[in-house]
Design a protein around this ligand. Structure first.
Ligand code: SAM
Length: 235
């Protein structure tokens, strides 16, 4: 791969990396992100962490072939276990489910000492990430949503300082994203129209099933559909 050119998704992540910082990219796979940052002289150093042997080897190969061993260290291990406290200033965790990202952060909490910024790119389930950030007093400073190759991605950036963006309805702001909800881009509306279509199908199945206790679930889902429709100005 030509590490000078990234996917649009990882380019959005790279944009928020603090200049001249030490970055830990967890679940780095091919290490494209740290290689791109190093080639473009954006960082002082990086750790590329991988839990699985195949991606770990491909990260090592990419770093060696790019001649970047003096800037990027590739380490094998689970989540934040590959770094020490006060080692990284920025952590990136990209291309995984939001629940897994939240678990990695929760299990490695003590390694976040000295970290100034988290840049998280959940493929699904960004609500779990926002909830974890709020619980741990990380300030969500910005969000992006983008579409690439037919898939929709979100990028969440959190710092230690600032003001939490949640205001009116935290439950739905945590689900949709406070900044994304304010902006209401076309991609954002497309994402939630897709979710509404899926929920409507689930609702139909629930109504057909008639199993005990389903009444409450139907009412909850109906309310969720109506609220999200209203929030995205649908209909
Ligand atoms: N971050 C890259 C990107 O966004 O293009 C690669 C994403 S890839 C879909 C997810 C990677 O995370 C896989 O290579 C997988 O082995 C790794 N991974 C999953 N769970 C992990 C964990 N607990 N710790 C470290 N790496 C993990």
């Amino acid at each position: 791969m030509n590490v000078e050119k990234l996917s649009l998704r990882l380019e959005k992540v790279a944009k928020y990396v603090l200049d001249h910082s030490i970055v830990a990219d967890i679940g780095s796979d091919h290490a494209y992100l740290p290689c791109y940052l190093a080639v473009n002289k954006r960082i002082k150093g990086a750790i590329a962490g991988e839990i699985n042997e195949g991606p770990y080897q491909s990260a090592k190969k990419q770093v060696e072939e790019s001649g970047l061993e003096h800037v990027i260290t590739v380490r094998k291990g689970n989540g934040l276990a590959v770094i020490s406290a006060n080692e990284a200033e920025v952590i990136t965790i990209c291309g995984m489910g939001g629940q897994l990202i939240a678990t990695i952060l929760e299990e490695g909490k003590e390694k976040l000492e000295g970290v100034k910024r988290l840049i998280l790119q959940p493929n699904v389930g960004s609500e779990s990430v926002r909830k974890w950030l709020l619980k741990e007093n990380w300030i969500l400073v910005t969000e992006e949503i983008l579409k690439e190759d037919g898939k929709i991605y979100e990028v969440l950036v959190a710092d230690r300082t600032g003001v939490q963006p949640y205001s009116g309805n935290p439950t739905y702001e945590l689900l949709l994203g406070p900044y994304l909800l304010k902006e209401k881009s076309d991609v954002f509306r497309e994402k939630w129209l897709g979710e509404i279509a899926q929920w409507t199908n689930i609702l139909k199945q629930m109504k057909k099933s008639g199993s005990p206790g389903v009444g409450l679930k139907i009412a909850e889902l109906k309310e969720k559909i109506e609220t999200v429709k209203e929030l995205i100005n649908y209909g």
